[in-house]
Design a protein around this ligand. Structure first.
Ligand code: ADP
Ligand code: ASP
Ligand code: MG
Length: 414
């Protein structure tokens, strides 16, 4: 029985939480486990700020780095003795970041991004591995760059499955293993990242490659709920959902699972449990091939969206030829659609507002078409909707666009 346990940033956000993670892992003592860690809470955001400052050659780079250092060393001071080896290991990673920051930025933004942002997971996994060793859970720390092999599409790297599976089987032989989520490397061994929130996906890649028996992801919620508690009061816990429903939920933007996570698990019929790291005795939600008995409305919110409306300059119809050009531009800019709608003279799309992609996308679309866009809109999706659930979502909101199918209704709201 092999199990993959994945811990996100919130579960290791401070030393108390790290002690709590130890208590969870201790329950699996003696079992074959692979533990995947994300970066400590908010560190990926701070590293993103750091890359931005570095690439734009702005003052404040070193202060940002000091801020990131302070968080890590604060945690070390609470968990370790001053002369423990872990201080040197963490210092070495910060020296590596310093070296990057002292050099001229690479011309490709996302190359710089992956070089720097990947360090978040390295830092957290070193701390956790050493802490578990200190607490007598003797583990091997494996560098995910040695086995998660990808193409060179930095910031959103695609997995080379054949090579990755081979490497995982070669490298993961003894247990427990501690490793990093979200991070891999390309064929020239440059670090790559799998897209924000990608650590769940790493857990699924390892699980699929080794045919493990179960994956458990530990969250700050009791499991998969029928709505994001940040937006809706009193969401209900779903004891069980099917792989297909989970894929839909993740696709529409339920932040609790990364969209790429489910497919590799479904392929091997590996159950995924979503459990609370705080109430860790609870079983949470199990995602597997069986369908739940009750179907209730599920609410999903995707924040920070842009609604882009594209129309022909002389108000003629948007025809297939135009659409095919628009799709090629979207693909070129690596922008995926969250919703699209066609009317007589305009084509509307809703996409994530990604800083380094959307302005250049809009610029290129504007070369051929008239383009209007609304920033800071939200995309609400209800699966298994009814009139009550729709009322709950749209009450007092300005609806910019809506789309209904048999199972799903979506609203773009300002
Ligand atoms: P991690 O610590 O693994 O990165 P995240 O913060 O990315 O975890 O995901 C957990 C968060 O997902 C919850 O705090 C919750 O706000 C959000 N969330 C969104 N939709 C749901 C849902 N349907 N069920 C549970 N949580 C959800
Ligand atoms: N640390 C990365 C992020 O915050 C990956 C992850 O947490 O899954 O996006
Ligand atoms: Mg997350």
């Amino acid at each position: 029985m092999i199990k993959v346990l994945k811990f996100g940033g919130a579960s290791i956000k401070n030393s108390k939480r790290i002690e709590n993670v130890f208590s969870i892992i201790d329950k699996y003592k003696g079992q074959k486990i692979i533990i995947v860690f994300s970066a400590i809470a908010n560190i990926t955001n701070l590293l993103e700020d750091l890359v931005e400052l570095y690439v734009n050659r702005e003052a404040g780079v070193k202060n940002k780095l000091l801020e990131i250092k302070a968080i890590h060393f604060g945690i070390l001071d609470n968990l370790f003795n001053k002369n423990d080896k872990v201080y040197e290991k963490i210092n070495n990673i910060f020296d590596e970041i310093d070296l990057i920051l002292d050099a001229k930025p690479h011309k490709i933004f996302s190359f710089n991004y992956d070089q720097i942002v990947s360090k978040g997971e390295l830092l957290s996994s070193i701390i956790l591995s050493d802490y578990l060793n200190l607490k007598k859970i003797n583990n091997s720390l494996l560098d995910s760059r040695d086995f998660i092999k990808t193409d060179s599409k930095f910031q959103n790297a695609k997995i080379d499955w054949l090579l990755t599976k081979k490497k995982i089987k070669e490298k993961i032989t003894n247990f427990p293993i501690v490793t990093q989520g979200f991070v891999g490397s390309d064929m020239s061994n440059n670090p790559t990242t799998l897209g924000r929130e990608g650590s769940d996906f790493t857990a699924a890649i390892i699980a699929n490659s080794l045919d493990v028996d179960e994956v458990i992801i530990w969250k700050d919620v009791n499991g998969v709920l029928n709505a994001d508690p940040r937006y809706f009061d009193n969401p209900l816990l779903l004891d069980n959902i099917s792989f297909s429903e989970a894929i839909e939920l993740a696709f529409y933007g339920a932040k609790v699972i990364h969209p790429k996570t489910i497919q590799p698990l479904q392929q091997k019929n590996i159950p995924l449990s979503v459990r609370s790291f705080l109430n860790y005795e609870n079983t949470g939600t199990i995602i597997n091939s069986s369908e739940p008995k009750d179907i209730i409305p599920l609410y999903i919110v995707k924040e920070n969206q842009v609604l882009i409306s594209i129309s022909d300059n002389n108000l003629s119809f948007i025809v297939e030829k135009h659409l095919s050009w628009i799709f090629s531009v979207l693909s070129k800019h690596d922008v995926s659609l969250n919703l699209m709608q066609n009317s007589a003279v305009s084509f509307s799309i809703c996409v994530d507002n990604i800083k380094h992609k959307i302005p250049s996308l809009i610029e290129e679309l504007s070369n051929k078409f008239t383009v209007f866009y609304n920033e800071k809109v939200e995309l609400f999706t209800i699966r298994h909707y009814n009139s009550l659930s729709i009322e709950r979502v749209i009450k007092n909101k300005q609806i910019l666009l809506q789309q209904k199918s048999r199972n799903t209704v979506q609203f773009i709201v300002a």
